[in-house]
Design a protein around this ligand. Structure first.
Ligand code: 13P
Ligand code: SF4
Length: 376
């Protein structure tokens, strides 16, 4: 990922386009060029933006949402080009769920998800083999991958009777999974898995962490036999910044204040929050709340700042949970310069930064995603 010199192919046309001359484009010029290129493209391009996207890109969105909403809407769009202002796995999902003639594009290929990178197919396959030394995994374990994962892991789940979940349907997906097999292998986010299992009243001691860097995940055969959920040792670098101490300080200062967090936060942060939900749920909950309420929000900074601005007129106060600035630095890479470069190329007939999942992998990943969409 990350090369700015792309070899392009579209309608038989072949050209080499260099991003470098966009690198120093002034922000205002990039904004104007985005608007102009969008006018030229019209309905041929749809711009999908995740809620963490920076403001200077988010303002151009046709559709905004959490991962579930965006993956659903990507598949329903008629546009020829799905320009995904999010991270790599989101553009992959758009490619998998869209029609074959649609093209999914990520304006900067370096926009990955550090959590998604914490699980790889090789490591998950090794885990499956090692579990197999204790129990037949295809009989006892439903593999569930968080949507924040590479397409080959979704394909693995499709092939092994498993599925995908997002932050808004994880508990429902666990119910679906336990209706089929007695245990779940959940990757790559241990926190989402633990919180969702806890909501189903699964005791913490039956949810054990699988460390992919240790033999047998660092577990004994007896622990594997007794576990209900094996939680992959992965996390989000943004959400790990939020601490119970931040909530305590807020509550001491504002006893009537309310706390809402994303389920990628640690178990202790989730436990001490008043509400837990996906990015879409966080926005809806605060927007629907009574005027004059005060909120502490445990999720990415761009979302929180935008929300604070939007509800300010109703006298609502929205505060960011961490005292240090933490953004999704990879999503942040999609800036107006990359968006202008992408859209101008599309308008000129050059497809840049296409995200294309190999057909065999896409077919199996689609099986897993379709199970998720049907179950939620
Ligand atoms: P949502 O599905 O809640 O938008 O979360 C995606 C994500 O990556 C959160 O870090
Ligand atoms: Fe990945 Fe965390 Fe960024 Fe979400 S916030 S896309 S989990 S790195």
């Amino acid at each position: 990922m990350g090369s700015h010199t792309e070899i392009l192919q579209h309608s038989g046309q072949r050209a080499i386009v260099n991003f470098d001359r966009y690198n120093h484009l002034a922000d205002e010029d990039a904004q104007l060029r985005i608007v102009k290129a969008r006018e030229q493209l019209g309905k041929r391009a749809v711009l999908l933006c995740h809620h963490y996207q920076r403001a200077d890109v988010y303002r151009h969105a046709d559709i905004t949402g959490d991962s579930l909403k965006l993956s659903r809407l990507a598949s329903q769009s008629d546009a020829e080009f799905i320009v995904f202002c999010g991270v790599h796995f989101m553009a992959e999902v758009a490619d998998i769920l869209s029609r074959p003639e649609q093209i999914s594009i990520l304006p900067d290929l370096a926009a990955g998800c550090s959590m998604a990178d914490m699980a790889s197919l090789a490591k998950v396959e090794r885990c499956w083999r090692e579990i197999g030394e204790v129990l037949n995994p295809d009989e006892h374990f439903t593999p569930v991958t968080y949507i924040n994962s590479a397409a080959d892991l979704k394909a693995f789940c499709g092939e092994h009777g498993g599925t995908v979940c997002t932050s808004s349907n994880a508990t429902k997906i666990l119910e679906w999974s336990f209706a089929r097999r007695d245990k779940v292998l959940f990757f790559p986010d241990q926190h989402l898995g633990r919180w969702s299992g806890h909501k189903m009243d699964i005791p913490l001691e039956q949810m054990l962490v699988w460390d992919p860097d240790l033999e047998m995940g660092g577990l004994t055969p007896a622990q594997i036999r007794n576990a209900r959920i094996l939680l992959w040792k992965g996390h989000c670098s943004v959400h790990q910044m939020f601490q119970p101490a931040h909530i305590l300080r807020f509550r001491n200062q504002y006893p009537d204040g309310l706390v809402i967090s994303h389920p990628e936060c640690s178990f202790e942060v989730c436990q001490q929050s008043d509400f837990i939900g996906s990015t879409e749920t966080i926005l809806r909950t605060v927007k629907d709340a009574a005027p004059g309420t005060r909120w502490l929000v445990g999720t990415e900074l761009n979302l929180v700042e935008r929300l604070a601005e939007e509800v300010k007129a109703e006298g609502k106060i929205v505060q960011f949970m961490s005292p240090t600035v933490c953004m999704c630095s990879t999503m942040q890479r999609i800036d107006p310069q990359h968006l202008a470069w992408t859209l101008e190329n599309l308008a000129a007939g050059n497809v840049v930064n296409r995200i294309s999942v190999p057909p065999h992998e896409a077919a199996l990943a689609k099986v897993a995603l379709q199970r998720m969409l049907d179950a939620s």
